[in-house]
Write a protein of this length. Sequence first.
Length: 84
Amino acid sequence: MAGNLTPNPKCLKGGTCCACIPLASQPDFKAQKGEIEEAIEAATHLVLFYPPFYCKINFIEYFWGAASNIHVRIVVRTSHHCKD
């Protein structure tokens, strides 16, 4: 997560006015893991961080989209039968 820091848009290009940017570019800082990530990996589980709001690789969004399509097809199909 630490490697995902971006400079403040108000900073000059290549500027170092934001203290977090020079710190975040250090290799040891980039390699550091958060406490939650360490706890999950200690329990022999895999940790995946998805980009925020990226539905194409977020399982629940992908699943919800497929379920929604199936639901719409069923409702449309049954509503046509009800009208006859």
